[in-house]
Design a protein around this ligand. Structure first.
Ligand SMILES: Cc1ncc(COP(=O)(O)O)c(C=O)c1O
Length: 366
């Protein structure tokens, strides 16, 4: 869709990357790190400043106790953390329970690690977990339950009762929880992110993954981390050591400095407020279209539903109205289950969103 948007000159609200720069402070920290001699391999487990900053972040924001030396591993983005965790934990044929619609990486990462995906379907507009169905899906064959909160592409947050059930099922069947919390700071309307590991039943068996991509608008930096109890971290590290070995040394240090500085200020509050504003700008203009609109609690995605086929709808959107989105049936193992769903990204400057909105509204009410 990004390719089509570029070739047809459409405004690209498809792929989830910001069209604005990271905070100036992060860029300055990177410049400083580059000039301070941090240009050789960082330790494989990660730069000590970043590991310490991640451990403090988990403690200060969520009350979670992790040791920077044994429990935090720095990776090349959340992507590598997810892939390394799955490779570390899965034996061939082990099952992984995934919630669908899913972030498109997940099934491929599971299969590449020798696992077998099992899907828990959720539906527009609320996408709540069906806990009875979940209980049927998790069995002694399940090795990992993979969740994502806030959830891409649905924009929903996991609830405390859902997290507790995930933990109880994992405990009963001796499975692990892999919790992708890459959007932990993109939570809207004063709602709060609830880390899966904050539930005491989940904590000992959870690998939590996050990164600088969404929190600091730096998807190109490829710096992320996995946080887990020491034995789980050791397994993740064993894979990471022989896949990427280590992530970019100066950018790790800069991310550590930025995390430390954000802890003391109102960076996270402003990030969430800016995203709520961007969401509102897009929402207003989408309301003038024929789409049925969901309401995201977090992430920078807005899920909508069209009449008929989403792929045809998005093609028309690009060619006829000059705005690109994602046909969200691609986020389902069986696209028929997601037919008619269209995802818009609002991680764009307000001017970009206004321009897209004008195009959408103009053609909807000729
Ligand atoms: C749910 C989710 N997890 C992980 C990622 C990838 O994160 P990273 O850029 O840190 O690899 C994305 C990127 O879009 C995402 O949406």
């Amino acid at each position: 869709m990004t390719q089509q948007a570029i070739s047809s000159g459409a405004i690209n609200l498809s792929q989830g990357f910001p069209d604005f720069d990271p905070p100036e402070e992060l860029l300055a920290a990177a410049g400083e790190a580059l000039r301070s001699g941090l240009n050789q391999y960082a330790p494989s487990i990660g730069d000590p400043v970043l590991r310490q900053a991640v451990a403090e972040h988990q403690r200060d924001r969520y009350g979670l106790a992790y040791d920077a030396d044994t429990d935090v591993t720095v990776t090349a983005g959340a992507t590598e953390a997810i892939a390394a965790t799955l490779q570390a934990l899965l034996e061939p044929g082990d099952e992984v329970v995934l919630v669908e619609p899913f972030y498109d990486l997940y099934p491929f990462a599971v299969v590449a690690a020798g696992g077998v995906p099992r899907y828990l379907n959720t539906s527009f507009p609320d996408f709540r977990l069906d806990l009875d169905r979940l209980a049927q899906l998790v069995t002694d064959r399940t090795r990992v339950i993979l969740v994502n909160t806030p959830t891409n592409p649905t924009g929903q947050l996991l609830r405390a009762d859902e997290i507790r059930v995930l933990g109880e099922l994992a405990e009963r069947h001796d499975a692990y929880l892999l919790s992708d919390e890459a959007y932990e700071h993109v939570v809207l309307d004063g709602l709060e992110h609830r880390p899966v590991a904050a539930d005491p039943v989940c904590a000992p068996r959870t690998v939590t993954v996050s990164s600088v991509s969404k929190t600091f608008s730096a998807t190109g930096w490829r710096i992320g981390w996995a946080v887990a109890a020491p034995e789980l971290s050791a397994a993740v590290r064993a894979v990471h050591q022989f896949v990427t070995f280590t992530a970019s040394a100066p950018l790790q240090r800069a991310a550590g400095m930025m995390l430390q500085s954000a802890a003391g200020g109102d960076y996270y509050r402003r990030l969430a407020a800016d995203y709520a504003e961007r969401r509102d700008v897009l929402l207003k203009d989408l309301q003038a279209t024929d789409l049925e609109i969901g309401r995201p609690e977090g992430t920078y995605f807005l899920m909508t539903r069209c009449e008929g086929d989403d792929v045809a709808y998005v093609r028309e959107l690009i060619a006829g109205r000059g705005v690109a989105a994602i046909p969200a049936s691609v986020f389902f193992s069986d696209p028929a289950r997601g037919r008619g769903l269209v995802r818009f990204a609002f991680c764009k400057r307000v001017e970009t969103l206004r321009a897209a909105g004008e195009r959408l509204a103009r053609t909807a009410t000729p």
